[in-house]
Ligand binder design. Sequence first.
Ligand SMILES: NC(=O)c1ccc[n+]([C@@H]2O[C@H](COP(=O)([O-])OP(=O)(O)OC[C@H]3O[C@@H](n4cnc5c(N)ncnc54)[C@H](O)[C@@H]3O)[C@@H](O)[C@H]2O)c1
Length: 475
Amino acid sequence: MSAPESPSSRREFLRLAALAGFGFGIGNGLTQNAQAAPDPRALSFSGIADIGKVRPRPAGSKPVWNLTTKPTDKVRVAFIGLSRGMSHVDAAIHIPCAEIVAVCDLRQDRADNAAAKVKAQTGKQPVVYAGNEDIWEKMIARDDIDVVYISTPWEWHVPMSVKTMKAGKHAFVEVSAAVTVDECWQLVDTSEATQRHCVQLENCCYDETEMFVLNMARQGFFGEMKHAECAYIHNLRGDVLWQMGGEGGWRRNYHTFLDGNLYPTHGLGPVAQYLGINRGDNFKFIVSASSPEYNLTEYRNKNNPNAGRHKDEKYVCGDMNTSIIKTELGRTIMIQHDVVSPRPYSRINALCGTKATFFGYPDRLCVDGSHGWTYEGEKMKKFIKENAHPIWKTTGEYARKGGFGHGGMDYVMNWRLLDCIRKGITPDMTAYDAAAWSCILEASVCSVKNGSMPVQIPDFTRGGWKELDPLPIVS
Ligand SMILES: NC(=O)c1ccc[n+]([C@@H]2O[C@H](COP(=O)([O-])OP(=O)(O)OC[C@H]3O[C@@H](n4cnc5c(N)ncnc54)[C@H](O)[C@@H]3O)[C@@H](O)[C@H]2O)c1
């Protein structure tokens, strides 16, 4: 989730900086520290006939869905990528069990600033790794790190996560964890081979409302859950077109060669948890269709961002992508992606059961027996507070009042995930969730490319979902 659409002060700063030529390099066609990142076009994309095929578990590997590890008083953490990653640093500074050992960014200034902030607030100086695109490998080779946070552009997620786990650390990776289905299998296989966690940092699972719905769903409030709706609708076209040193530098690239749902997990993660995906149910197949592409091209033509740098780019991703996922238990999930249209932010966040229906944006709840909304407005807010998830009850107020990222949910997520590592218990999101939620990117692209044909979604648990219980309510 990035800054709202234009003209945000941050983006305006980046634009002016770019035009002034300091640090964002309009003149020479390179950013200050040019990122020779892996080329996402060179990734291995599957065909419709083999995308859903389950790969056999390599010999010697074991499932990680109930993986427990040695409890510890201090969880030693390190960070790669310090733009979005700073929100995790800010949270970790205020989480008693976390000890920040090292920070890494391609950009020296970002790494130095992060280290200075940690030193100022904790008294401890983290080791700084910066200046080239491979320096993170030196950091993850240290023997005093338990968890590596990875908040880099999408194409780096899997190479960094795989090497992190192979180096004996848990990988906490930003969304989406992977671009292709092949990469999703790499995450699962590496987590199973190394017996390290691969946790996708899906903060939207930890927002107050999503945790309330999960809490109620687990208590049977919705009855039989049969349908859900979710989305990532966020007008980012200014960011993806203006920013040279941030997301725009890499995110826009995906709009030039992929048509589908490019960012599925913010909406899908919470809904998958309500429905117990990978634990009692599983995604089976997807059908997907995209609207025409208009808004990115139109915005580019009207604003001529970055002095015409993008004038010849062709955007192929339809403005609105709509997919339907069918699950093994026959439930349906509607999921949308639109990051360019002029419309308000929404993750929809809807859950329909035999006894009640919830819709977000704005939050509303209909309980069986009522034809309108039983709860909305202030009444809804009160009901959410009264039925808050125990984790939100423990950490929510502190997170909100502390001004942590995204209304506090970034703190709640980090607190909970690091507490799982501290206790040695399985985190709420495993490698199977990272894979199942992220694979919707390529699966939707594959369906769109094949005239909206159904595309099989691989079972990353290799049948394990049938034996597992949904996540419990934990306090
Ligand atoms: N969960 C959320 O709410 C949320 C919000 C924003 C971004 N994100 C995700 O976070 C990730 C990063 O997004 P961002 O907005 O911070 O992007 P960004 O481009 O602003 O920042 C990426 C950072 O990674 C650094 N980096 C790139 N390659 C590197 C390398 N090889 N070694 C070390 N550092 C490297 C860059 O210098 C930069 O500081 C993306 O996956 C994005 O989808 C998630």
